[in-house]
Design a protein. Structure first.
Length: 286
């Protein structure tokens, strides 16, 4: 029998991660829902590491009627495993940051890829990126590597503290793995360098990168957004290089999820950025 109250039910989505309390995604989606006058809730779920707990929570969310969830550390690979079908970018990245629940299937997607490319285009405009250096070899690095290819990079180097992980990504994507100790030298000739590690995050050590070899036109990007200007981005600004901050990527990666689950328009603009910056300041992390 058709449920007459169905149209009054709020749309439900959320983010699953561990930890997740610091996530700005609930604020982003709440602002967009408010703008679009959509009756919707976006809820953070702290799901302890491990596939079994993750799968149990996802099963429950499906039953409750969630439209989908974003997935963050440490569950991006679990998300791919849980899904019945995956997009090309999720498959290529080996990780998913979006799960969409349909009646009989779960779909995995990876909006980190388009999110990073959109952030670069937004903050530096049209640019030519042929050569790039990626620092880190976790789930985020995999998405960023695909985004760099989309932006036209043909010569990508990757350095990671644990070299073997960089070598795995390098072998799968035809990149060159560089030793972590050689990362500063590897900046020579790069059009873009991006930090995908947690170094520079509030409470973590800074990334120890000497920018002397970096060319004046090179772009410096960081996926860390708390603080908004990481020590790496500050060094780059002082040196006169263009920068792309982690908040920009965070906002852009959120767009596809909102459109899909809340079925409304999601626009990344200065008002949204200002609201997020103000929240970061309130938390003492900007
Ligand atoms: P994500 O999904 O966000 O990429 P992750 O898979 O946990 O998260 O990856 C974290 C990245 O930060 C890894 O590249 C990690 O390096 P290792 O592979 O050697 O662990 C990097 N990282 C974290 N702490 C670091 C530190 N103190 N020094 C250097 N790299 C660090």
């Amino acid at each position: 029998m058709a449920d007459a109250s169905a149209h009054k039910r709020p749309k439900l989505a959320g983010v699953a991660g561990f930890p997740v309390a610091h996530s700005l995604s609930p604020l982003i989606h709440t602002i967009w829902a408010h703008r679009a006058r959509i009756n919707g809730y976006y809820i953070p779920f702290a799901v302890p590491p491990g596939y079994d707990d993750f799968a149990r929570v996802m099963d429950s969310l499906r039953v409750i009627g969630f439209a989908g969830v974003n997935v963050t550390i440490p569950h991006k690979e679990n998300a791919l495993r849980y899904a019945d079908e995956e997009s090309g970018s999720a498959k290529a990245a080996g990780a998913a940051n979006m799960l969409t629940f349909a009646a009989d299937k779960t779909y995995a997607d990876n909006s980190d890829v388009t999110g990073f490319a959109a952030a670069v285009r937004e903050q530096v405009g049209e640019c030519t990126i042929k050569s790039a250096l990626v620092l880190g070899a976790g789930g985020a690095a995999r998405g960023v590597v695909l985004a760099l290819k989309e932006l036209g990079a043909t010569d990508i180097r990757i350095a990671n503290r644990t070299r073997e992980k960089a070598e795995v990504i390098a072998a799968a994507n035809n990149l060159q793995a560089v030793d972590w100790k050689e990362k500063s030298e590897a900046l020579g000739g790069a059009d873009l360098v991006v930090n995908t590690t947690s170094l520079g995050l509030n409470g973590e050590p800074s990334l120890d990168l000497d920018l002397r070899a970096l060319g004046p036109g090179a772009i410096v990007a960081d996926i860390v957004y708390a603080p908004l200007e990481t020590p790496l981005l500050k060094d780059a600004r002082v040196k006169g290089n263009k920068t792309v901050d982690g908040l920009s990527m965070l906002m852009h990666q959120a767009v596809p999820g909102f459109r899909q689950w809340f079925e409304g328009d999601a626009v990344v603009d200065e008002d949204l950025r200002a609201a997020l910056v103000s929240e970061l300041k309130r938390r003492g992390g900007a």
